[in-house]
Design a protein around this ligand. Structure first.
Ligand code: FDP
Length: 346
């Protein structure tokens, strides 16, 4: 056997050595997330077997119906991280407010934001789903973490990543030192380094969008999509193939490895977009940028957007830089200032 087997634990420890001042608290937080990921992976893989499918009968703060696995994944994340002394606060896509940590055990210096089970409409049909996470250093001094700690620009991220529960389970993360992917070996119960230093291929293969919503799109979006399909008369290009799973993590992951663009634009039904800025767009934007790609809201870099509220929505264009920049260009050329104002919330 000539290939080194590198567990996620070893990888995180080796990364930590680059920072002599590190206390290990951050590394431990990443292991905690890897552990919850294994627990969620176990439950999602048994979803068809046990009596866990179906609606939990509650709706989340977005007014969407929650599946039982969403609730499970949310609870697992909270329970794992509440008492560790590493966090000052948490926030989850599934609940409205900040989630406090147990002060009796001690308050840490990080905040953790997560979407516990993204793409949950895929659960009933055995398609991929994912968990997205973002870690920041707290801004406030002492005491329980506050809203300002959770509403930070993506530029301040300490780490972000996702776990995809697909044909295998993979955890992909960045601490600003490249993007690394680990595949869960079920026999060992360990995440093993399988994708080191991921870069989005320069030649993209796919575009991913819900084209069923085209009637709600702006002219810019319709023309951009024609351009991707190689049907723009003025600027012909080789057409890209279309792939849309309908779970952001899965669509993003495929395009990260194969090249392409995922977009969920603003439309007449969702003038500020559908996806969540802090739970979905910002963490994946950091991964994209670290892999040589780019993420935009159609007008500006997602990492430069200052979140105003926990559940704020945003349009999202993410993937190969040149494709995302073309989307910005089409919006500015065909949709004009009114659309830009709508995107930025003026
Ligand atoms: P879901 O509603 O199934 O949770 O943000 C949620 C999300 O999935 C994304 O994962 C996915 O990309 C998008 O919404 C799918 O939305 P459409 O069904 O409108 O295409």
């Amino acid at each position: 056997m000539d290939r080194k087997i590198i567990t996620i634990e070893r990888h995180i420890t080796e990364q930590q050595r680059k920072y002599p001042e590190a206390t290990g608290m951050f590394s431990d937080l990443l292991y905690d997330i890897a552990l919850v990921a294994k627990i969620i992976a176990r439950e999602t893989s048994r979803a068809g077997l046990v009596d866990i499918l179906g609606l939990a009968g509650k709706t989340n703060v977005q007014g969407e119906q929650q599946m039982k696995l969403d609730v499970f994944a949310h609870e697992a994340m909270v329970r794992m991280n509440r008492h560790t002394t590493r966090l000052a606060a948490m926030a989850s896509e599934e609940v409205e407010d900040i989630i406090p940590v147990s002060a009796e055990y001690g308050i840490g210096k990080y905040v953790l934001l997560f979407d516990p089970l993204d793409g949950s409409s895929n659960i009933d049909v055995d398609a991929s789903v994912g968990t997205i996470f973002a870690i920041y250093r707290r801004l406030s001094m002492g005491g329980a973490g506050r809203m300002e700690d959770c509403l930070q620009e993506g530029r301040r991220l300490v780490a972000s990543g996702y776990v995809i529960y697909g044909s295998s389970t993979m955890m992909v993360y960045t601490t600003g030192q490249g993007v690394h992917g680990f595949t869960l070996d079920l026999t060992m119960g360990e995440f093993l380094l399988s994708h080191s230093d991921i870069h989005i291929p320069a030649k993209p293969k796919y575009y991913s969008v819900n084209q069923g919503h085209e009637q709600y799109w702006t002219t810019g979006m319709k023309r951009f999509t024609r351009w991707l399909q190689g049907m723009d008369q003025k600027v012909p290009r080789r057409p890209l193939s279309s792939r849309y799973i309908g779970a952001l993590v899965a669509d993003f992951h495929r395009n990260l490895l194969q090249g392409g663009i995922f977009y969920y634009p603003a439309d007449t039904r969702n003038p500020r977009g559908k996806l969540r800025l802090v739970y979905e767009a910002i963490p994946l934007a950091f991964v994209a940028e670290q892999a040589g790609g780019y993420a935009s809201d159609g007008h500006r870099n997602i990492l430069d957007v200052q979140p105003q509220s926990l559940h704020q929505r945003t349009p999202l264009f993410i993937g190969n830089r040149d494709l995302v920049e073309q989307a910005e260009e089409f919006i500015s050329r065909y949709d004009g200032q009114r659309q830009v104002d709508a995107i930025v919330g003026k």
